[in-house]
Ligand binder design. Structure first.
Ligand code: NAD
Ligand code: UGA
Length: 441
């Protein structure tokens, strides 16, 4: 099939590359010329495992092309995927200006029947909005259909998730359009849920909000553990063993970050309020998440700080991990931003290390009061404590003796529970983790 994908970000690039790899002809469009130039030169503008190989192969074999020209891409395609950003709007709702711009550009280039598929995460009613924009720009209702096909991939494993989805959701008022989109996915052998547009739109927000709720719930239980000698890892293991609950997303830590959970919880909360069916449960989810970093920093200050208005003055802290999760260089809503800011504000100097996100961190967190290091051991040099912010695999088997020899005080504040208390205690560290009382060596 001939496919156009509008937006070459995390979702658009992976979607285009996977559809091309399944044998379709894909034209991917982005308004960012620099991004399109990188892609046409065989590069990959984001860090996403397996994506560079997929892009390179399909570009070389001619199934995948990149352009800044929507007219060219739309006129040659039967199916057009909208994969642009849907950031928060100032009023707390969702900013649909990128979707509107894409729909307007599509409308101006329609030359035959088109299926316009919204893959961006959008509030209920956006399918109708896209339809109105296209009709307003002079396209006859018989010349197009609108479909909602939300995306559930995770960054860091986006290619895997796209090739092996738990389900594919297709929402449309047109049976014909829904069937054509379903045909596109048939090679993936995943269950397909065909439904109305509004339900498809809400499935996406409800899924993200439910996962965020699981995280905030287990984090609230972790707070209880810290006051009761219980261990959150044991509690989560026991709770997750119930097949009705499951182990996934019961990892207690610094809370959820990233470009989607925070924004999608807020968007659903806003929509529910506006519609008059307020989901106050999400207010609690959000409040718990917002309290994670202040609570963690408070523990650091209580252990290391003086009773002063700049409690960490003269202290050096090593920060391990800056991306919002492992296997990505994405820092959008990363907990590292909040932690670095709070630790600097408390007077400490930071030595930070991330395997791949340092360039983005320099841009977003800045250089003031932070030295970016080449290894975890360099970050530990002269440190009064180490803070684990992102659970990168390479931190799990660090040489703890070597870390200790670099540090002034052997203390680990583990925001992602990557170590066992015995392991760090044996190496001579004092250990603070989430959801467990601290352990001294
Ligand atoms: P992104 O910011 O990485 O990419 C969006 C791209 O769209 C950018 O490259 C931008 O230049 C381009 N763009 C914007 N307006 C355009 C236009 N009019 N024409 C052509 N290109 C345009 O965003 P993303 O992370 O890929 O997310 C896209 C959507 O998918 C969002 O709604 C998001 O909520 C949703 N989503 C994201 C993920 C994820 O893991 N990142 C997962 C599932 C769903
Ligand atoms: C999430 C969803 O998992 C995807 O299904 C969805 O498509 C995507 O959002 C989206 O809509 O953009 P992603 O943000 O890439 O994917 O990453 P996750 O692995 O879900 O992690 C999100 C945040 O939750 C991270 O900050 C992570 O550290 C945190 N998390 C995750 C926990 O704190 N505990 C856990 O047990 C799991």
């Amino acid at each position: 099939m001939n496919i156009c994908v509008i937006g070459c970000g995390y979702v658009g690039l992976v979607t285009g590359a996977v559809f091309a790899d399944l044998g379709n002809d894909v034209i991917s469009v982005d308004i960012d010329k620099d991004r399109v130039d990188i892609l046409n030169a065989g590069g990959c503008p984001i860090h996403e495992p397996r994506l560079p190989e997929l892009l390179e192969r399909n570009l070389r074999e001619g199934r995948l092309t990149f352009t800044t020209s929507i007219p060219e891409a739309v006129s040659e395609s039967e199916i057009i995927f909208i994969c642009v950003g849907t950031p928060p709007a100032e009023d707390g709702g969702t900013d649909l200006s990128q979707v509107e711009a894409a729909a307007t550009d599509i409308a101006r280039s329609v030359n035959s029947y088109k299926i316009i598929v919204n893959k961006s995460t959008v509030p209920v009613g956006t399918g109708d909005f896209v339809r109105e924009v296209i009709e307003k720009n002079g396209v006859a209702t018989t010349d197009f259909d609108v479909v909602c096909n939300p995306e559930f991939l995770r960054e860091g494993q986006a290619v895997r998730d796209t090739l092996h989805p738990d389900r594919i959701v297709i929402g449309s008022s047109s049976e014909k359009a829904a069937n054509i989109v379903q045909f596109l996915y048939q090679a993936l052998d995943a269950p397909c849920i065909i439904t109305d547009t509004q339900s498809a739109e809400l499935i996406k927000y409800a899924s993200n909000a439910f996962l965020a709720t699981k995280i905030s719930f287990i984090n609230a239980v972790a707070n209880l553990c810290e006051l009761t000698q219980a261990d959150i890892r044991e509690v989560a293991k026991g709770v997750g063993a119930d097949s009705r609950i499951g182990h996934a997303f019961l990892g207690a830590g610094l809370g959820y970050g990233g470009s989607c959970f925070p924004k999608d919880v807020d968007a659903l909360l806003y929509a529910s309020r506006t519609i008059g069916a307020e989901m106050s449960i999400l207010e609690a989810v959000r409040m718990e998440n917002d309290s994670r970093v202040p609570r963690f920093v408070q523990r650091i200050i209580e252990r290391l700080g003086a009773k002063d208005h700049v409690p960490l003055e003269g202290k050096t802290i090593g920060v391990l991990g800056l991306s919002f999760k492992p296997d990505t260089d994405d820092l959008r809503e990363a907990k590292s931003i909040e932690i670095c800011h709070a630790l600097r504000e408390a007077g400490s100097r930071l030595r930070a290390y991330d395997p791949i996100a340092t360039a983005n961190a320099r841009r977003i967190i800045g250089d003031e009061g932070i030295e970016y290091c080449q290894s975890p051991y360099e970050a530990a040099k002269g440190a009064n404590g180490i803070v684990i912010v992102t659970e990168w695999r390479e931190f799990i088997q660090l040489n703890l003796n070597r870390m200790k020899s670099e540090m002034v005080e052997p203390i680990i504040f583990d925001g992602r529970n990557i170590y066992s208390s015995d392991q760090v205690k044996d190496a001579g560290f004092e250990y603070f983790s989430i959801g467990k009382t601290s352990t001294k060596h």
